[in-house]
Design a protein. Structure first.
Length: 751
């Protein structure tokens, strides 16, 4: 039930209290519980809903004009990143905003399109007139007693303090306390450290003394005693990276003498200030510590990059802006955009940081509806105030919601987060802490141990959990868009190999949804993480992104079945971004993938399901890093298969659905009784040419089409006739006896 008080055009701001006309009329009824019918119940109460602006762009305009409440609503909605991966032209153009109390002290903000919510955010509230509310910073799932107004304000001042200035002394003191607390108490955060390791190059800021000016220069880690250093995780800026200061062969000698302050981007300058204020003398920044125009240096440093982050005291993750050289003196809207305004220390909007007090009127105090259908029915009458001050507080949401943003969309930054023992996340709203055991924030500064769910352990799950059935996981990966909620490699000591491998596949799925400027970096950008998984995996051989001790599951990947790529006539199969990566590797595909092989069954009824036999496997390294680039690879498999010739004439549109948009093809009529086999390709063909294919069975389980039965690879015969290339997958019904009768044992070499 919604109380209507919205107006499309009432966006002028009242100078006296900095509220627009719509926010001035938010009814007190929104914050009063009811016992009536037809409402949603939470915390023992039911609450009404209220429309706000009927157009979301009016909320934006009102916030730009200075309305404090509209700014808070926009900030709350901005914590929902579910629309980040959708192009602007594909997003709803006309949306509205509404409010609903979803429990005591919890206000949910909805952005609607045609009646359906597309984004949601949360705020805290406290009603002075009824002493109902929630203390900011308190976990949403914790029970909350009723608080007196004075007690709420006192606790707020003590426990909920987000600084207006992210570069202020209290923020640095808090960060220092997190680092020291972690180093002194957390075994998991120190057990993988190699005291003998030192990066090849570091930036020396001159002194760890806080009152001495910063004089940065490059140094060699091998010729100085480097005990501790910071690392930086950041976006490089534009596609070509011209805005990021870089070290080259030409300026290397100059940078070893000194680096001019004005040569550094705002992000780099701020990171050096952070190092100084934390009492550290050295910091590692990739674009400055790796010679950017040297392939040889890139190969050497890429193989060491995992160790750089593993052994750093702490990593500074700058989640504010991909453009690291923009001026930070921007209007408040710029700091809330995905592009941000550069640097680590974005000025914070005081309207969002400080609590806001609204005087709300009780619209229904003197009139009670006699009908069950009226919104007034069942409201508690006793001692209801005619008006009351309602305190509105920013709710920054769960920790994971705070760290989403541009940094989570880049390929290289996934392993930087996974491998770093400690991270300080600089976001537009607050500084966050993350280590292998705990999380914290300015709003909730106490180091809180991670739950089994957050650790992604065998006893817990995470929002990208590969232990879920593939049918459920397929929905989840669409929502996360490559953002892994919790670090998966934090707690792996003593875990079985199977648990580690589940984490690896979840990481690959998330990684495939991220962006790389240089497509040939697909394997190098995950090589440090692969090396760490190899250590946990008993040093199992690694081949172009797959593990030889789990090859069938590694081969059972398929691209996004909804967002399809269509190759034009004459361009199929499409060209691979990196010709050196074999077609059977997930890394050969430029786009998001999902694994299905985990659901394959060992038995079908009473009959054992035999996977294909691996005859041989070879890859040719293209660098010094055994987990890096390759220049070719071949795998020999022997298993059940059928061979056929297919073309566009065999396209079967009846099997194309809402959630599975890949074009499906059937076997030709040359099979007297064609089985229920359906083929679908990694990239759809506008007009599939005549090709010779082999359908090689991998296992029995859930297919990308969400059917159960035999599932396998579609392989296209190459021009030389002796080699095959992976082009897609197929499935066939489990009870299809025709399939059983026509398949034969076949040996193939896949390149």
């Amino acid at each position: 039930m919604f109380l209507s008080h919205s107006s499309t055009h009432r966006i002028a701001v009242q100078a006296s209290n900095m509220l627009c006309a719509v926010c001035e009329t938010i009814p007190l009824d929104l914050f009063l519980p009811t016992t009536g019918c037809g409402h949603t119940y939470h915390d023992g109460y039911a609450w009404l809903g209220s429309m706000h602006h009927s157009r979301q762009r009016d909320v934006q305009q009102s916030g730009a004009n200075g309305c404090v409440m509209c700014r808070m609503l926009l900030a709350a909605l901005d914590t929902d990143r579910s629309m980040d991966g959708i192009p602007p032209e594909a997003r709803p153009q006309e949306t509205s905003v509404s409010l609903r109390c979803v429990g005591e002290g919890k206000l949910r903000v909805f952005e609607h399109s045609e009646g359906y919510p597309i984004r949601t955010g949360n705020l805290y509230w406290f009603n002075e007139g009824t002493n109902l509310g929630r203390r900011p910073g308190e976990s949403a799932h914790d029970p909350h007693p009723l608080l007196q107004a004075s007690e709420l304000i006192t606790r707020h001042n003590q426990d909920y303090s987000v600084a207006k200035n992210p570069s202020s002394l209290p923020v640095f003191l808090l960060a220092e306390s997190w680092i020291e607390g972690c180093r002194n108490e957390h075994v998991a955060c120190t057990q993988r450290r190699d005291d003998s390791f030192a990066p090849t190059r570091l930036i020396d800021i001159g002194s760890a003394t806080k009152d001495v000016s910063i004089t940065p220069r490059l140094i060699l880690g091998s010729i100085c005693e480097v005990d501790e250093y910071l690392a930086l995780s950041h976006c490089w800026g534009t596609a070509s990276g011209e805005q990021v200061p870089k070290t080259t062969n030409e300026n290397l000698a100059e940078r070893m003498v000194g680096i001019r302050w004005d040569e550094l981007s705002k992000t780099f300058q701020d990171s050096l200030v952070i190092a100084r204020c934390l009492g550290l003398r050295y910091i590692w920044i990739d674009s400055l510590c790796i010679i950017q125009d040297s392939d040889e240096d890139f190969e050497i440093e890429c193989a060491r990059m995992g160790q750089v982050y593993l052994n750093a005291v702490c990593t500074i993750a700058v989640r504010l802006a991909p453009n690291s050289s923009m001026d930070d003196a921007q209007h408040w809207q710029a700091s809330s955009s995905s592009a941000g305004s550069g640097g680590c220390f974005i000025p914070r909007d005081e309207a969002v940081v400080d609590p806001f007090v609204a005087l709300c009127l009780n619209e229904y105090r003197d009139t009670r509806g006699p009908s069950l259908m009226s919104p007034e029915f069942g409201r508690r009458h006793a001692n209801e105030p005619a008006r009351s001050n309602v305190h509105i507080y920013q709710n920054y949401g769960p920790f994971i919601d705070c760290i989403k943003g541009p940094l989570s969309s880049r390929g290289w930054t996934l392993q930087e987060r996974e491998l770093s023992p400690r991270i300080l996340h600089y976001t537009k709203d607050q500084v966050l802490w993350e280590c292998r055991e705990c999380t914290a924030s300015e709003a909730s500064p106490k180091l809180e141990p991670k739950s089994p769910k957050q650790l992604g352990g065998e006893s817990g799950t995470h929002s990208f959990d590969s232990s879920l059935p593939a049918s459920e996981r397929l929905v989840i990966v669409k929502q996360t868009a490559g953002i892994l909620s919790w670090r998966l490699l934090d707690q792996t000591s003593g875990e079985r190999v199977e648990a580690v491998m589940r984490k690896w596949y979840a990481l690959v799925e998330g990684y495939s949804r991220r962006q790389l400027t240089v497509k040939r970096d697909k394997l190098p950008a995950i090589s440090g993480m692969a090396a760490e998984v190899a250590r946990m995996n008993g040093r199992a051989p690694y081949a172009a992104g797959l593990w030889t001790n789990d090859m069938v599951r590694g081969l059972s990947w398929f691209p996004d079945p909804v967002l399809r790529r269509v190759a034009k006539r004459g361009e199929w199969p499409p060209h691979q971004p990196d010709d050196g990566i074999p077609s059977w590797s997930w890394a050969a595909f430029d786009g998001s993938i999902t694994y299905y092989g985990e659901d394959f069954q060992a038995y079908h009824g009473r009959r054992a399901v035999r996977p294909p036999q691996q005859l041989h496997l070879e890859t040719t390294p293209a660098s010094r890093d055994p987990f890096g680039r390759v220049s070719g690879g071949v795998i020999g498999l022997s298993g059940w298969a059928v061979e056929a010739s297919v073309s566009e004439t065999l396209y079967d549109p009846d099997f194309r659905g809402v959630t599975f948009r890949a074009k499906c093809y059937r076997l030709p009529a040359s099979f007297r009784y064609p089985p229920t086999l359906r083929m679908y390709f990694d990239a759809d063909a506008e007009d599939l040419p005549q090709i010779s294919i082999v359908c090689l069975r991998l296992g029995n389980g859930l297919s990308p089409r969400q059917t159960y039965g035999d599932v396998g690879l579609v392989l296209m015969r190459m021009s030389d006739g002796n080699k095959f290339r992976r082009v897609g997958m197929f499935d066939v019904e489990a009870v299809d006896q025709i399939w059983v009768s026509v398949r034969v044992e076949t040996t193939v070499d896949i390149v």
